[in-house]
Write a protein that binds this ligand. Structure first.
Ligand SMILES: C[S@@+](CC[C@H](N)C(=O)[O-])C[C@H]1O[C@@H](n2cnc3c(N)ncnc32)[C@H](O)[C@@H]1O
Length: 272
């Protein structure tokens, strides 16, 4: 069953082309971030998808990690990306074709994967669980499709670790509130190991890295999103928002802008 609540822009209900273009730009920018790249490499190395295996990326977005899995299981393995958002799925298909990747993509939902029990050797799920209202159920569903001995990597953000500087002390609580409201489950990062254990899986290793933005330029899409949300919820005034924007702009001119959030990765396996 599909989660009926459009919890964020990353919901299939928000498939309008301009929204989709923004999502793709955001995912591409995150994919280029050194912290995201390091954590992905760390998790792929420990997941160790191998030639001949069957791999799945749940909520694969533009398909970048599904293509990595496809390369790892080649030549005789199979990789599948499940993605409910039609615009993102179309981009994933197009990029896979352009790259000559054999990965396949399916419409589907993390809460009801279109696969039989014990079908897969490896599962990857990155920054999806934070967008679900029942992430534990999704992890149980991923455990269902994993064969005994199969491995899984979950990667997610913990929005309580979001830091933006400079921000006046009276504005910081408002920023924390609106940041946490951007995800259905904003503390997903710290809960990954618990969800895996709760689904009967054995946690093998836990890692973390930080998504750190360039100190020389304000990350306006994020900053404006938070500023507008804080004003709309009457948590700060328009004057406080404008002062925040001015402080951040001045800091960036000195290379002193700071925006960061911690991401966690957990690799586990299904007992054999
Ligand atoms: C932040 S994006 C991450 C995309 C990709 N995993 C990555 O790390 O680049 C969140 C993804 O979760 C997908 N998503 C949202 N709800 C989902 C659900 N119920 N089942 C599967 N995927 C879902 C979105 O469509 C989107 O592709």
């Amino acid at each position: 069953m599909t989660d009926p609540r459009p919890t964020s822009a990353f919901h299939a209900a928000n498939a309008d082309s301009s929204v989709t273009a923004r999502l793709i730009a955001a995912l591409d920018s995150q994919a280029a971030n050194p912290g995201v790249r390091r954590l992905r490499e760390w998790a792929h190395a420990r997941l160790a998808a191998s030639p001949g295996e069957r791999a799945l990326d749940v909520g694969c977005g533009t398909g970048s990690e599904a293509r990595v899995l496809a390369a790892a299981v080649a030549p005789d393995g199979a990789a599948l990306g499940v993605e409910p958002h039609p615009g993102l799925r179309a981009v994933a298909e197009q990029r896979a074709t352009e790259a000559g990747s054999p990965v396949r993509f399916l419409a589907g939902d993390a809460l009801a994967l279109p696969l039989p029990d014990a079908e897969l050797d490896v599962v990857w799920c990155e920054r999806v669980l934070q967008h679900l209202t029942d992430p534990a159920r999704a992890v149980t569903e991923m455990a269902r499709v994993l064969r005994p001995g199969g491995r899984i990597a979950l990667l997610d953000t913990d929005w309580a670790t979001f830091v933006m500087h400079p921000a006046a002390p009276e504005v910081r609580p408002a920023l924390a509130t609106v940041t946490q409201a951007t995800a259905a489950t904003p503390d997903a990062g710290r809960r990954l190991a618990g969800w895996l254990a709760g689904a009967g899986l054995t946690v093998d290793t836990v890692g973390a890295d930080v998504l750190l933005h360039d100190p020389r330029s304000v990350t306006w899409p994020i900053v404006q999103g938070l500023g507008s949300a804080a004003v709309a919820r009457k948590l700060i005034t328009e004057e406080q928002r404008d002062l925040l924007y001015a402080d951040l702009t001045a800091a960036a001119a000195q290379g002193a802008f700071h925006l960061s959030v911690t991401m966690f990765a957990v690799v586990a396996h299904r007992p054999g």
